[in-house]
Design a protein around this ligand. Structure first.
Ligand code: UD1
Ligand code: UDP
Length: 369
């Protein structure tokens, strides 16, 4: 029996690892051990519940006001203990969170091979997104198996000297997750609203946007909603107190701006599908929106997902108040242009075909010893 340990701690990792966990559990000869760092608690657990997955261990490291120092230290030590006790054949981490980075470092210290899911994303700027760009680059130094979502990601890894035999082009498991969500019929009051009105789905939480940039961009959103009299905004607010306080101060009390607690992942995917377009600084939502044929205004200066720009779905608008307002107004009145038509007709998704989990499981079945 080959033992695969999967470690993660935040919502986006849970969304993108869940389809892979389900797939690996189907494979004979593989034992799957799911370890939650607990970097985030409720948001991660709620995703696992929707996918019907039970974690084998939850290290519950989250504390109020946690810093990058706190998370890194807690994950490095506590995951290290779990690794030593369980001695898996391989450890899988996802993307670029502090849990993923510290787990990879822990595994390296324990001399256990690391598989990196969603390897090779690069913005080219180590401070944007911060500290994710560093985290993913550091994991690439350690990983034995790099599961890259796109050809661009493969090229990024090659340019950094990652050897060909450790590279596997598999697509992004987020497309598998979107397929999972959209397969089941789902209804909710917010979905009814998005089905009947012109709605924008909004999220904003990035660490490098906290403070002045967050205020600016949310004021830009409010101005746009004031300008467009039939536009609604649905914004599930990230629980980070530094996000919540600004979100409620700037967007609270508006009759067409709905601020909610974080939503379940199936409701989120369905809302993206029903929205007119998306405004976000999230990473994963860029891929989900493209997978659901939606335009995305990205409130960042750089993106590590150029495939979405090339496909004509993603537009970088920065965090400037006037720019955010202007771009929302333009997107609201836009005829969505020819690039989207082309993609729809060819049924082509630059982020994958929804079979990434299968491809990763195939590689692991063949390669791990
Ligand atoms: C982390 C990831 C980011 C991902 C995001 C998803 C890193 C470096 N960043 O960012 O890539 O997009 O998760 O959500 O790992 N907090 C709460 N309640 C919660 C979650 C967080 O109060 O449920 C607070 C924390 O205590 C902390 C702050 O929010 O004070 C930030 O949390 P942290 O885990 O450091 O990073 P995120 O900004 O959430
Ligand atoms: N998401 C969710 N509920 C919400 C908001 C987002 O389930 O209220 C999901 C979303 O569909 C995506 C993931 O959370 O799969 C993105 O997480 P986030 O934006 O926090 O992190 P990032 O992708 O930027 O790292």
């Amino acid at each position: 029996m080959k033992k695969i340990m999967i470690v993660f701690g935040t919502r986006p990792e849970a969304v993108k690892m869940s389809p892979l966990i389900l797939e690996l559990k189907e494979r004979r000869g593989i034992e799957v051990f799911v370890c939650l760092s607990g970097q985030h608690t409720d948001m991660t657990r709620s995703v696992l519940k929707e996918f019907g997955i039970d974690a084998d261990i939850d290290l519950c490291i989250m504390k109020n006001g946690q810093t990058l120092f706190d998370i890194t230290e807690a994950v490095l030590k506590s995951v290290g203990e779990v690794l030593k006790k369980n001695s898996p054949n391989v450890v899988l981490v996802h993307g670029d969170t502090t849990t993923a980075f510290a787990t990879a470092l822990s595994a390296y210290y324990c001399n256990i091979p690391v598989g990196h899911v969603e390897a090779g994303l690069r913005s080219g700027n180590i401070y944007e997104p911060f500290p994710e760009e560093f985290n993913r680059k550091a994991i690439s130094l350690i990983a034995k198996y790099n599961f890259a979502p796109t050809i661009n990601a493969i090229q990024m890894l090659k340019a950094e000297g990652v050897r060909d035999e450790s590279l596997f082009l598999v697509g992004n498991t987020v497309v598998d997750a979107v397929k999972y969500s959209m397969n089941a019929k789902f209804t909710s009051p917010l979905l009814d609203l998005a089905s009947n009105k012109a709605c924008v789905f909004l999220t904003a939480h990035r660490r490098e946007n906290l403070g002045a940039a967050m205020r600016e961009m949310l004021m830009g959103v409010r101005e746009a909603v004031d300008e467009i009299s039939d536009l609604y905004v649905i914004y599930p607010v990230h629980p980070n107190p530094l996000v919540r306080s600004v979100a409620y101060e700037i967007l609270g009390g508006h009759s067409r701006i709905i601020l909610t607690e974080p939503l379940g992942v199936r409701e989120t995917h369905n809302l993206i599908a029903k929205s007119r377009f998306i405004v976000t600084d999230s990473g994963g939502i860029q891929e989900e929106a493209v997978s659901l044929n939606k335009r995305v205004l990205v409130m960042r200066r750089v993106t590590e997902r150029p495939e979405g720009i090339e496909a004509g779905f993603i537009k970088l608008v920065g965090t400037d108040r006037e720019a955010v307002c202007l771009e929302i107004c333009k997107a609201y009145s836009a005829d969505f242009g020819s690039s989207q038509e082309v993609i729809l007709n060819q049924k082509y998704n630059p982020f994958g075909d929804g079979n990434a989990s299968k491809k990763i499981a195939d590689v692991l079945e063949q390669k791990i010893v």
